[in-house]
Write a protein that binds this ligand. Structure first.
Ligand code: FES
Length: 96
């Protein structure tokens, strides 16, 4: 095993999991993939991509309360995120 220093100050894991809505609701159907794309574009535009990483992840276990996101090293969990400009702005504020 080899250990490397992590170059990112924060990671945001956004659930973009997609599943058959007949089985259970999912974050993908609530616009999670588009929200992640917008966050990544904003980071790139603002020159923050080298400090912060926005990662698509599978189900975080909060499907009914999605869109769900975890932020590390903050150890914060964000639920009921909407794919709106207001929530996009609030999420962006997590990255100084
Ligand atoms: S589908 Fe997103 S938390 Fe389960």
């Amino acid at each position: 095993m080899k250990e490397l220093k992590n170059k990112y100050q924060k990671h945001m894991l956004i659930c973009t999991h997609k599943r058959d809505p007949k089985i259970k609701e999912c974050c993908f159907d609530k616009g999670a993939a588009e929200l992640r794309k917008q966050l990544k574009e904003k980071m790139k535009t603002e020159g923050l991509s080298h400090k912060y990483k926005v990662i698509a992840t599978s189900c975080l276990g909060h499907c009914e309360r999605g869109i769900a996101a975890y932020v590390y090293p903050d150890k914060s969990v964000y639920l009921e995120i909407k794919n709106t400009q207001e929530d996009l702005r609030l999420l962006n504020n997590l990255f100084d």
